[in-house]
Design a protein around this ligand. Sequence first.
Ligand code: NDP
Length: 452
Amino acid sequence: MPTFDFDLFVIGGGSGGVRAARMAAQTGARVGLAEAADLGGTCVNVGCIPKKLYSYAAGYAESFEEAAGYGWKLPAEPQFDWSHLKSQRAKEISRLNGIYASLLKNSGVTLITGWAQLVDGHTVEIDGKRHTARHLLVATGGTPFVPEIPGREHIVTSDAMFDLDPFPKRLLVVGGGYIACEFASIFNGLGSKVTQLHRRAHLLTGFDDDVRQFLANEMGKAGVDVRLNCEASSIARGPDGLVVTLARGQQIEADTVLFATGRVPNTQGLGLEAAGVKLDESGAIAVDAHYRTSVPSIYAVGDVSTRVQLTPVALAEAMVVVDALFGKGKRRMDYEFIPTAVFTHPNIGTCGYTELDARAKFGEVTVFSSEFKSLRHTLSGRSERTFMKLVVDKKSDRVVGLHMVGADAGEVVQGFAVAMRAGATKAIFDSTIGIHPTGAEEFVTMREPMPG
Ligand code: NDP
């Protein structure tokens, strides 16, 4: 039996990597982890966490506006201090980086700061020093993708959005996915004049069509200038800011241009080829159902092996690997009914199939939907509306799609996702007592199916 320095060596200290390292170490395995940047990866440093903090910040603008309807007289026009928000965020993120470091330390993981490269199926090299391990795990995440376009050097990606200086009075966002919609909403709330360009007829490809239309309408009402079927063809610096020329010739001026046009796996400079690790046609590390790469001793989880680019999915994949190598044994991750939220204003929360996908998979479906002004907005003066939709498989009566656009949709949908994973039928939804008065109760009181 060969001897190794470690039982498991993890490359990448983001969500998936840290979870795998900690949990493996807690079983008694000897674990090493290499990270070249701050611990926590995209989610902690330039993704989920700072984004959600900024989304809260943007939400106050709405609350100030709404307060008058409830009898509050605010002393003066509220002022927003961008520098203060940035420094508060930076402080919180450093705190989280520290927590990640102590979690690793306390579980006995050897943390090595530096860039790791694979040498072979059992060896990594960091700053000229080699370490061997029985198993290797690549969890290096992803990075923003920007298409080739004249003037590309003038744009920023989501990585730079949290520390922009100065605050962009005019922001142009290119893209119609999660990141584009979230930043458009957030900066609109914080006071930027936001224009969002998307090349398709609807935002958020892959989401339910009703949700896509409803959200674009609500974002428009909130002040985002959403331009659909619209592409940027070049960017140049003009006397008063950046000038973005659209494919149809029109020009838009902006202080910051954000390209949120997807993300690609971080596979460069890792020695993957030398070690014999194969990529799939999308450029992600190819893995089997157990996250094993083309080299049997090397595994990959999270965005670098791109199945579903979500932090909780990377965490769950990491646990499948740890269980297989050091724990309960081999099992497969189930990707059905993964709930997700888009932190736009209002939020989207969704679980299961879109109406279109459900029709394709289950055949006949029954659809229930509801659109209303929430109780909060009867006095707030806002015209924001809430949308909810259920898609039910006619044969089994199982609720196979649940979609919401409205306040705290992520919080609402998380609980319903448990019921959906447990196979809840529409009859069970109907027999569930609502909590009154909430928006969420609408999901258990929809009785009349949509025609057709
Ligand atoms: P998405 O894949 O969600 O969206 C990319 C967008 O860019 C799409 O609208 C796409 O258009 C458009 N696009 C792609 N290429 C071009 C191009 N050449 N020119 C113009 N537009 C283009 O990626 P994101 O970067 O927004 O996010 C990546 C992933 O990260 C998400 O899919 C999600 O899994 C995860 N994420 C999750 C969040 C959450 O849970 N709240 C938040 C942020 C990210 P088209 O629709 O035509 O393909």
